[in-house]
Design a protein around this ligand. Structure first.
Ligand code: NAG
Ligand code: NAG
Ligand code: NAG
Ligand code: NAG
Ligand code: NAG
Ligand code: NAG
Length: 368
């Protein structure tokens, strides 16, 4: 209940001599809670195994890019952890890639393709990273059909996650990213039930304590999460024992004019439009979120706005776990939102946006 949670937070705020709660539209909010001022996780997406996946949940496997055997994804993660103070990577993969293009989902994951993707996951773990996010990059769909709402049944996605969670059950630093960017979901409460079945399956497969990040509607937009009911619906998802331990919300946000993440110029820092209202919602409900896609071009406008946005996230580290920039991995330097390190003279050098906004000034470099 919101009221009970508000009372708890008010007591905390009063004890810590922070600013008191304020009233807005008759609802009480706490303006600030104690925070370390530093997020726990910061990193970049290492994209490639998802290349060719469309927002309708189709994936053209000819475009999938093995960022380990054909790229330098491992060297990138090693560089980012050693030299850039980053400690978290998101590892997108197309569902169809895991099935080696089997057009009827629900069967076993292809061993060869899992081994290829596993190379990237192992590389992330070996880099010393604190979090390696397994991200199924399918927009809540398989070949056009929405999971549990006209497309494949929930059991089909449950089957996939049972296999992945069984495979990674003993790796405490794996984070399960249930699904990339659901959108145009007819019924968000029904979608939350799909997510519930996946969470239950991951836990029952033996991955009892790992983080699970749960995506809402609107391409997991941080700005639409509350107003479109994703937050209210996903708040009801629990572990099999009824707790919400290590269940977090997955959100994305870009800074270009249409929030599409396709333009090199940024027009907003998203503080008023997205991250302040979301932080208020999270505090009121005692929950936390992970920003797993954000970014911009290597331009003056994005250097300004992304740095401002991430500084705000850092300041609100009581409700934000951290951020993952989009994207490095298989993208070359011509890509609008490139965060792939520049190769030359036998070294990797960060792009200006990574160097100034995404990287190490906020989190301590990974030790050991
Ligand atoms: C998905 O989108 C792609 C690219 O626009 C298109 O070629 C394909 O026909 C679509 N497939 C389905 C099942 O909607
Ligand atoms: C998990 O199990 C795999 C084999 O399935 C093994 O290679 C790996 O070292 C184990 N990891 C941990 C953290 O125990
Ligand atoms: C979120 O998506 C729904 C469709 O699923 C749409 O009706 C709504 O306008 C979207 N809201 C925002 C804020 O983008
Ligand atoms: C969440 O669960 C409560 C208690 O079962 C229920 O009353 C409420 O309608 C649910 N909310 C959503 C959005 O599903
Ligand atoms: C490589 O070294 C040359 C000469 O010092 C320099 O101009 C160039 O910027 C360097 N390239 C990279 C990627 O560091
Ligand atoms: C399903 C739902 O809640 N849709 C709402 C999403 O947000 C837009 C904009 O506020 C509303 O118009 C929709 O009704």
């Amino acid at each position: 209940m919101k009221f009970a949670l508000y009372s708890t937070f008010a007591a905390v705020a009063a004890a810590a001599h922070l600013e008191p709660a304020y009233l807005k539209n008759g609802v009480s909010y706490i303006s600030e809670l104690p925070t370390t001022g530093k997020v726990q996780f910061a990193g970049v997406n290492i994209a490639g195994f998802d290349f060719g996946c469309d927002i309708n949940g189709t994936c053209n496997l000819a475009s999938a890019f093995d960022v380990v055997s054909k790229g330098n994804g491992i060297a990138q993660m090693s560089h980012f952890t050693k030299n850039s103070g980053l400690n978290a990577f998101r590892l997108p993969v197309g569902w169809q890639f895991l099935l080696n293009n089997e057009q009827t989902p629900g069967g076993p994951i292809d061993a060869t393709n899992l081994a290829a993707y596993d190379g990237l996951v192992r590389g992330c773990l070996d880099s010393g990273s604190k979090a390696c996010i397994v991200d199924v990059h399918n927009y809540a769909r398989f070949n056009g059909g929405i999971i549990g709402q006209g497309g494949p049944a929930n059991e089909v996605l449950v089957n996939l996650w049972t296999q992945l969670a069984t495979h990674y059950a003993n790796e405490s630093r794996i984070v399960f990213g249930v699904m990339n960017e659901p959108h145009d979901i007819p019924n968000i409460v029904t979608w939350a039930q799909t997510v519930q079945e996946v969470v239950t399956a991951i836990r029952k497969a033996g991955a009892m304590t790992q983080m699970i990040i749960m995506p809402g509607n609107n391409f997991t937009s941080a700005a639409a999460f509350v107003e479109n009911g994703s937050g209210a619906a996903l708040m009801n998802v629990t572990n099999p024992d009824g707790t919400i331990d290590n269940l977090f919300f997955d959100v994305h946000r870009y800074l270009d004019a249409d929030n599409s993440g396709t333009h090199t110029e940024c027009v907003t820092n998203n503080i008023d439009g997205a991250f302040t209202p979301l932080a208020t919602f999270l505090r009121m409900n005692g929950r936390r979120a992970f920003l797993t896609e954000t970014g911009g071009g290597n331009t003056a406008s994005c250097l300004q706005f992304l740095c401002e946005q991430l500084a705000f996230i850092n300041k609100n580290s009581d409700v934000y776990l951290g951020w993952i920039g989009w994207a490095a991995g298989g993208f070359d330097q011509t890509y609008e939102l490139v965060e792939t390190p520049i190769q030359g003279n036998g070294t990797l050098t960060d792009t200006s946006l990574v160097k100034q906004c995404v990287a190490g000034q906020f989190v301590s470099p990974a030790s050991g």
